[in-house]
Ligand binder design. Structure first.
Ligand code: SAM
Length: 228
């Protein structure tokens, strides 16, 4: 269970009403029961229910059970697509170990607004589900040009127009992946990306993948190269 509090031995944690309700009424946890917590920064901890009320629950943290795992230092920069597909992309990117998720606004991006809180809660649920003790950082949306200016690591640019085969182009080490919107990048944007020295255009194969599939395929390829 993710908690918004710094965990340490002996810490007393007061759960918010939503989490207290989930643990008390859905998971049927009561006083003395054990559960595992993570705060996204310090690994996984064993805690025990110390007090329970209708809409509250107090936990007492006992000991660390797992250190914070290292995730490969890979960022996923994606043009937000429709809500359900963006949600799915964030969920899968969290499972695959992405360290940072960056919404990038492009000319053909259809989503006008990205709800960062929503993306954060999806990534928390995904981390809980896949036993990840860290959370991906979720960045403020950036315009493509601003993103390209700020990027200071190899950028694997998923270009359906062609590029090096992904498995040959990727190297372990800090990296970012850039995936376009459903309508793809414009020629102007494609030229803009290819002009920065960090950009490596990669192909994910001869078929045109949906944006969220492309993100997943590129991340999976990176994880295969990075090895964790
Ligand atoms: N509208 C474009 C078209 O019809 O040519 C397709 C865009 S595709 C649905 C969305 C994004 O997924 C692309 O911008 C690209 O980043 C990525 N993508 C899809 N298929 C790919 C492939 N085979 N290789 C590399 N990237 C791909």
């Amino acid at each position: 269970l993710f908690v918004r509090a710094a965990l340490s031995e002996g810490a007393a944690i007061a759960l918010d009403p939503g989490q207290a309700n989930y643990l008390g009424n859905v998971m049927r946890k009561g006083i003395g029961d054990e559960l595992l917590l993570f705060d996204g920064a310090s690994g996984e901890w064993l805690a025990r229910v110390a007090g329970a009320g209708k809409k509250r629950m107090a936990l007492s943290v006992e000991r660390k059970t797992r250190p914070l795992e290292a995730v490969p230092d890979v960022w996923l920069a994606f043009a937000p697509v429709k809500r359900a597909q963006t949600d799915w992309m964030v969920e899968k990117a969290t499972e695959l170990g992405a360290a940072r998720l960056i919404p990038v606004m492009t000319q053909r991006t259809v989503a006008e607004r990205v709800k960062l809180e929503r993306l954060e809660s999806i990534s928390i649920e995904a981390a809980e589900q896949c036993n990840r003790t860290s959370l991906p950082a979720i960045a403020e949306p950036l315009a493509l040009a601003a993103f390209l200016k700020a990027i200071d690591r190899p950028l694997y640019f998923a270009d359906e127009g062609g590029g090096a085969p992904v498995a040959e182009a990727m190297r372990a080490g800090p990296a970012a992946i850039l995936v376009g919107p459903e309508g793809g990048f414009t020629d102007e944007e494609r030229a803009l990306v290819r002009a920065i020295p960090q950009a490596v255009a990669v192909s994910l194969g001869p078929r045109i993948l949906r944006a969220e599939t492309a993100a997943l395929a590129a991340l999976a390829a990176f994880m295969a190269v990075a090895g964790d």
